[in-house]
Design a protein around this ligand. Sequence first.
Ligand code: PSU
Ligand code: MN
Length: 307
Amino acid sequence: MTDASGAGFHRHIDIAPHVRDALRAGRPVVALETTIVSHGMPAPVNLDTARAVEAIVSAAGAVPATIGVIGGRITIGITDDELQLLATADGVLKLNRADLPYAVAARRHGSTTVAATIFCAHRAGIAIFATGGIGGVHRGAETSFDVSADIEELARTPVAVVCAGAKAILDLPKTLEALETRGIAVIGYRTDEFPAFWSRSSALPIHLRLDTPAEIAAVLRVHRELGATGGIVIANPIPVAEEITPDVVARHVADAAAAANASGISGKALTPFLLDAMLTATEGRSLAANVALIKNNARLAAEIAVA
Ligand code: PSU
Ligand code: MN
């Protein structure tokens, strides 16, 4: 472990041998999350996607380290059996930093969100992570106060997060403001706009753009050398062929948000509810797009790690 700020962290963590070897040898490692598996996609697409994403990272020359909590053990580089467990078992907790002590002490199974995954990845010595889309400021946050713990975690944990922007179920302008306030840089990969998850464009400008993995790797190196304490968002638009146009997304997101309101859905259940409502409303297109964009992000994360 390169970071000993939690002196007893090592007692609760298992790092798979192939991941540990890669870290010791300074070879590229990419962290992957499991909330997308347990709560973000239905079976069997969730498991198939998680496996495909690991294979993409490997094919690009990096070591995938999928992170989850298995029977109270924080596990960096879960096995395929453990991945299957998190993909299919009932009662898998959705974990943020706040929930980790309970999940460990009570020996529960838990999937890690972006927030919990980067918390664990950093303490295991992994500096780059891929997901679908980060959490952010929910629509109506001015009354609900619902801002994803991903934002706070990014503010204090130096891990680079490769994503297709923030999920378009969110209030994207407020999400960008929240990132800016906390000093979290957003770098567009071959784009000048904040990507909108299922769509390439949000019409929201971002001010940093880089066009190669090597340039991004150089920025991450300086970020580390400057002793920066927070994360960096690498915003990678969904491939053109797979995107859903913003007008279609906007229509369905409004309906999904109204349905969540009407059913009194809030807290940890909100994001999974909205993703599921989008899946139904788009007759599966949103799920296919989600699969495509996370694969695309895994490839870029591996390329950056290699660079
Ligand atoms: N990316 C996806 N699907 C997901 C997520 C990310 O394509 O389901 C998950 C991540 O684990 C992220 C979480 O941290 O959604 C955000 O949840 P919340 O809004 O409750 O913080
Ligand atoms: Mn929330």
